[in-house]
Design a protein around this ligand. Structure first.
Ligand code: G6P
Length: 370
């Protein structure tokens, strides 16, 4: 009924709007005199000894995992590789007691991710699970667990669990930095406080919903849509494209904006919508300038640019055919606000095309076969 859907036509929009609570609930209780995980069967020494991290996941959880790399390498100074769970165990990855495998799975039951975990354990790696489902198989087979508390997600395409996974990844990064001593307690607390401010920022990003719905009306018949980003904006571009494929059955690709000149720019033609995820001009002005020049290049070739930018970004504005403004937040946290309009865009394009937003064809919420 409409009431169950929070007054919306479909659950996904309700779940998009629940993202501030999903984040707040995921963060709650995880910081008191330091970062606390939910289940911890590893010793402090085990954590201290970790010299390499692999993140394994599928689908949207994989995109959350890509973001873990930026935070963990930056905070902990340990190399991080992010890999699709379905590829991981088939290539004989180098694993050992000093390797931490972070397995991210909303359902906690995804067969590919579970098998990756089992493989890691046969190689004596330590496994930390991030899951939205209490007591599910992946957490049960892991050495440490951090639960996301996004609540049940009805829409097949992940939304609030994606944001919660990103927050959980960052908590894992802080927990590792704490164990390894690469951050002072005050720094850890400051990083946590920045995370704790995100539910409010996401709430204010929700004010882009109406504008994005109108935009979606105009692009619902597009043949294809490209998504560009750099740094943490790159995984967001991949996620924006995945959402549009899943829900609107539209050809969509996400690219690292720096790669444009090495191929994707050949795809640009008159009127092609290109969604660009801008970094902050204050946080990373060099990267910002490079993206502005990417936008000019594609605009000159006829692309219709839809730019997601930080509020008050007047530098990019003249080059944006459409601009969606999201709140200014620290660089690593930017995906939490910029994902919001991309989720709405995909859902609304799907709805305009007459598709069932909550139950896209051929897809299942949890995939328990390899
Ligand atoms: C399925 C769902 C996706 C999800 C992926 C991983 O394909 O349709 O939305 O991202 O599985 O699911 P998990 O439960 O492991 O996060």
């Amino acid at each position: 009924s409409a009431a169950e859907k929070g007054g919306h036509d479909y659950f996904m929009l309700k779940e998009i709007e629940e993202q501030p609570e999903a984040l707040a609930n995921t963060l709650r209780g995880h910081f008191s005199d330091g970062v606390v995980l939910d289940e911890q069967r590893l010793s402090e020494q085990d954590l201290r000894d970790i010299g390499k991290v692999f993140v394994v996941a599928c689908g949207t959880a994989y995109h959350a995992g890509l973001l873990a790399k930026y935070a963990i390498e930056h905070w902990c100074r340990i190399p991080v590789e992010v890999e699709l769970a379905s590829e991981f165990r088939y290539r004989d990855p180098v694993l050992g007691r000093d390797t931490l495998v972070v397995a991210i799975s909303q359902s906690g039951e995804t067969a590919d991710t579970l098998e990756a975990v089992r493989h890691a354990r046969t190689q004596h790696a330590r496994v930390l699970a991030i899951s939205n489902t209490n007591g599910s198989q992946i957490p049960r087979e892991s050495d440490a667990v951090l639960y996301t508390h996004a609540g049940p997600e009805i829409g097949v395409a992940a939304t609030k669990t994606f944001l919660a996974q990103i927050a959980a990844n960052y908590l894992v990064g802080l927990a590792l930095a704490q164990a390894r001593g690469t951050k002072y307690p005050e720094e850890l607390e400051r990083e946590f406080e920045e995370l704790a401010a995100m539910p409010e920022a996401v709430r204010s990003a929700l004010s882009t919903v109406e504008q994005t719905r109108e935009l979606a009306e105009r692009f619902s018949e597009a043949k294809a849509v490209l998504f560009l980003g750099r740094h943490v904006g790159y995984p967001v571009a991949l996620e924006g494209a995945l959402k549009l494929k899943e829900l609107a059955y539209m050809h969509a690709e996400g690219f690292a904006a720096g790669e444009l000149k090495h191929g994707p720019i050949a795809l640009i033609e008159d009127g092609l919508p290109v969604v660009v995820n801008m970094p902050s001009n204050k946080g990373n002005s060099q990267l910002h300038a490079k993206l502005v020049s990417n936008i000019r290049e594609i605009q000159a070739r006829g692309a219709h640019t839809i730019v997601i930018a930080e509020e008050g970004d007047d530098v990019v504005r003249p080059f944006a055919d459409e601009i969606i403004e999201v709140p200014a937040v620290p660089t690593l946290l930017q995906p939490l606000v910029s994902a919001v309009p991309l989720q709405v865009l995909a859902a609304e394009v799907a709805r305009n095309r007459g598709y069932d937003v909550d139950k896209p064809r051929n897809l299942a919420k949890s995939v328990t076969v390899e």
